[in-house]
Design a protein around this ligand. Structure first.
Ligand code: M6R
Length: 600
């Protein structure tokens, strides 16, 4: 969603740092952008709606500055126009903000009563005025920040310039990520260190209710009381965070292709020494049941884990959407391990659900892709997926890395609770060791996916069906297609069709299914015949030898339960990709979507 970059230097022009940083954050989703910097001892603000190129075109090419802040905005309060774009300026304070100020209406009334007026419809302008109000009141920026933090309800990562202290940036944080990168040339602030990796890989992480004064040669971090804190300096591996697109037309295709190595990279530490390394994973036998929480694709990865925990290891497992879980009766118990799945580690609903579980002192485990992200730091134990940076909004390699790690976790649990024999465990390890070959074969089947995509891309409604694990995979298949192609696609449990959905089937309606479970395949195939009898065009992904000239069949290799999800999803991902390609949509940055959903 929104992105923040700020930079300060003694002798370097920071405008290129700000613009490059914003471009690196573009993939997260935005609809306007802006920058503020010191020019002739005054704050100059340039803002625009649309792409960053519009902002660059509006900037005076000869301008240089040693201090500045910049922002990409994903509209929440108010339209995506240049008035609502950040930075906002009220009297002495100029700032950019990620997050949502929940009590902004009440604060706005108070500020209007105190003679403040507002140009935009944003909560951010209210935050700017509130900081100015306290700054005027106390004539002390530390006190102003502390009062602001006490008064505001909601989430914020704020970077600001204060008129009477033009040699510093001030940064404040609550529930929205913010890091401070350190380098010899310039100190840089960002909502994601990867935005400024070209300049530094060393950074401080701010925790909630902390703020910092960042000057060109010093960073002072304080808590809400104004006490100075000593923080750990982190370093990120530059190679693992490569964000180049190489020869690929889209990041999404590059990331789909990378799955031939990312799956194995993720599970390798837990299989390289056979059974012994599996036992490095946390022992889940001490828990009566498992809960899994995530959003979107991460939720779908959780469903695959539910299948393995319940059907293979005989352990009860419930999966919840984080946005629902946080507001429902969660029946928390110390006997339940709650697993949080997130690529970014910054998804607002997942973080809130995690805080809820932690507030009851119940055990938590994270399956996270981004190191040192909020969730990874909050959970009791974090297992990292090794997907590398995922830029495309549609998650692909992060999903398969999550599924692979959860599958290995279920395998290790099955070994411990003796629901899987040692010989069978070794066979699954062997399969994972060969996964690169299996995935490569599937990735190379481009002609088949393109043929199917040609049949789909002009359609308006597409249905995905399946039973058991295949139902869970149909959910992810349908999500992939709808988010990047904008075609309405829905997933249904195949057995549910007759209870309503089948009325939507008409001549040529595409119905996609996967069938990988011997006990259920015949039933799914019957359901496909039923929709065909009503005119549907049918596409089947299967690991059986099923032959039927009236179906389009995508064959995938046979495998144990632990690999099925990984093998079915590759065709689904590529069918979605080629369908969107034929439609000509903005595949990496689909409209209205953001990579990391940092607001509720
Ligand atoms: O960063 P997270 O894994 O927590 O993100 C969760 C969802 O927002 C994400 O998976 C979303 O559904 C993807 N766009 C799906 O491709």
């Amino acid at each position: 969603m929104c992105g923040i970059v700020g930079a300060i230097s003694k002798n370097r022009n920071v405008l290129p740092i700000l613009i490059t940083g914003l471009k690196n954050l573009e993939y997260r989703g935005y609809d306007s952008s802006g920058v503020a910097y010191l020019k002739n001892n005054k704050i100059n603000i340039v803002k625009t709606s649309g792409k960053i190129i519009n902002l660059e075109n509006k900037l005076n090419k000869s301008d240089e500055s040693n201090i500045g802040i910049a922002h990409t905005r994903w509209a929440t309060h108010g339209k995506a126009n240049s008035i609502n774009a950040h930075p906002h300026r009220v009297n002495h304070i100029t700032l950019v903000h990620n997050g949502i100020i929940e009590n902004y209406e009440e604060l706005k009334e108070m500020l209007i009563d105190n003679n403040y007026s507002f140009k935009s419809s944003t909560d951010t302008e209210v935050a700017t005025a509130l900081l100015d109000y306290y700054y005027e009141k106390f004539n002390d920026i530390d006190k102003a920040i502390s009062e602001f933090m006490k008064k505001v309800i909601g989430s914020y990562a704020i970077t600001m310039i204060v008129d009477n202290d033009l040699d510093s940036l001030y940064v404040l944080k609550k529930e929205s990520p913010l890091v401070i990168g350190i380098s010899d040339n310039a100190n840089v602030v960002a909502s994601d260190i990867r935005a400024v990796l070209k300049y530094t890989n060393k950074y401080y992480i701010l925790d909630d209710f902390e703020y910092a004064k960042v000057s060109s040669n010093e960073v002072i971090i304080k808590d809400i009381k104004g006490d100075i804190l000593k923080k750990e300096l982190h370093a990120i591996n530059v190679e693992d965070n490569d964000i180049s697109k190489n020869e690929y037309k889209h990041y999404m295709l590059k990331e789909i292709m990378e799955q031939k190595s990312t799956i194995l990279k993720t599970v390798k530490p837990y299989i390289e020494k056979g059974i012994d390394s599996l036992l490095i994973l946390p022992d889940l036998t001490k828990y009566k049941e498992i809960s899994i929480i995530g959003c979107g694709t991460a939720y779908h990865a959780g469903l695959v884990a539910k299948y393995l925990f319940e059907e293979v290891t005989n352990t009860r497992c419930n999966v919840y959407l984080a946005s629902e879980y946080r507001y429902q009766n969660s029946f928390l118990s110390k006997d339940t391990l709650t697993i949080f799945i997130s690529q970014s580690g910054e998804t607002a609903d997942t973080i809130s659900s995690l805080k809820l579980v932690k507030s009851k002192n119940c055990p938590t485990l994270g399956i996270i892709n981004v190191e040192n992200s909020t969730i990874s730091l909050l959970v009791d134990k974090c297992l990292y997926t090794k997907a590398g940076v995922e830029i495309a909004v549609a998650s692909t390699k992060a999903y398969t890395a999550q599924v692979a790690l959860l599958s290995i976790l279920a395998l290790s649990h099955g070994l411990r609770n003796k629901t899987i024999k040692e010989d069978d465990v070794l066979k699954v390890i062997e399969e994972f060791n060969n996964i690169e070959k299996l995935i490569t074969t599937l990735l190379n089947n481009k002609d088949m996916y393109l043929t199917i995509a040609k049949k789909l891309y002009k359609e308006e409604d597409i249905f995905y069906i399946g039973r058991g694990l295949d139902y869970y995979l149909s959910m992810e298949g349908a999500l992939k297609l709808k988010e990047i192609s904008y075609i309405h696609s829905e997933s249904y449990a195949a057995g549910e069709l007759k209870h309503g959905t089948i009325s939507l089937i008409k001549k040529n309606t595409p119905v996609l299914a996967s069938a990988t479970n011997n006990k259920l395949n015949a039933k799914t195939i019957s359901n496909l015949k039923e929709v065909m009898a009503r005119g549907a065009s049918v596409y089947l992904i299967t690991n059986t030898n099923y032959k039927d000239n009236t179906f389009t069949i995508v064959n995938i290799p046979k495998s144990s339960d632990f690999l099925k999800a990984l093998l079915v999803i590759i065709p689904y991902q590529l069918i979605a990709y080629y369908t969107a390609l034929l439609k000509g949509t903005d595949i990496d940055k689909p409209k209205n979507l953001a990579k990391s959903v940092t607001v509720e």
